[in-house]
Design a protein. Structure first.
Length: 256
């Protein structure tokens, strides 16, 4: 009788390295260990473009997950624990335990700017109002320039086509579940001046997706016209710094 081997021991597979989640990679890598060599099979919503051979030992099996056809990247969405499974069958035909991949999220969609306040092409804007931007999804890395008038940071405001930018009084405040960011200029903005808002591609969502391109308002917005009062023989107006200038006749002390 020739030599033969009896093997009734099932392999044991276990997770070694899970995913970063949410992630903007639609073919994520997943690492598991197996106590025996064998053939990998996948179940649920996942397949793999990697080798189907498992090697025994810790961290010896890193696979790239795909859709069940073993080539198409995973679709955007949330994959619950057990939506993707892995099993190893050894040379004797013994199947391992079913390894269920923990919950993960694939998100490859870039955030967009939903709207700004003031709105693009708004013709009247109070000096007391703040500037805000609202995104299509929660984002982070929203910064602005608080030290000088350079166009730095991902949230910028300019009256000269971004050759220089308005200095802000503090970092952006966040609200609406990280959808809305608000800044306040450190100095009063000029009357009858057009301002534009720019959001740069440094703005990212939690999966690491950046804006596809810099967002800049097309037409910008204008501050209220210079407040003016006039009498029979005199006129007064308010300067950008809040002081008042008057001219004309002062026969009755109307110029103060």
């Amino acid at each position: 009788m020739n030599t033969f081997i009896i093997d009734t021991i099932d392999p044991i597979v276990s997770e070694e390295t899970t995913f970063t989640t949410p992630d903007n990679v639609s073919t994520p890598s997943y690492t598991f260990s197996s106590t025996d060599n064998g053939t990998i099979s996948y179940g649920g919503d996942c397949g793999s473009s990697s080798s189907s051979t498992a090697t025994s030992g810790n961290n010896h099996n890193t696979v790239t997950l795909t859709q069940p056809d073993n080539s198409t990247p995973l679709s955007d969405g949330s994959y619950a624990t057990g939506a993707c499974t892995i099993r190893v069958t050894d040379a004797a035909g013994n199947p391992s335990n079913l390894l269920t991949v923990n919950t993960f999220i694939i998100d490859t969609t870039a955030p967009t700017v939903e709207y700004t306040s003031p709105a693009d092409n708004q013709s009247s804007f109070s000096a007391s109002e703040s500037i805000s931007v609202t995104f299509s999804e929660s984002v982070d890395n929203i910064t602005t320039n608080t030290a000088n008038t350079s166009c730095s940071g991902s949230f910028q405001l300019s009256s000269d086509n971004f050759n220089s930018c308005v200095q802000m009084g503090s970092s952006p405040s966040v609200s609406n579940s990280n959808l809305t960011f608000t800044v306040t200029p450190s100095l009063t903005m000029f009357y009858s001046t057009n301002y534009k808002i720019r959001i740069t591609t440094a703005a990212k969502d939690s999966a690491g997706n950046s804006l596809a391109d810099n967002y800049t308002t097309s037409n910008g917005f204008n501050r209220d016209s210079i407040p003016i009062t006039a009498g029979y023989a005199h006129s007064c107006f308010i300067l950008d710094n809040g002081s008042v200038k008057c001219w004309g006749s002062n026969a009755s002390g109307q110029l103060g």
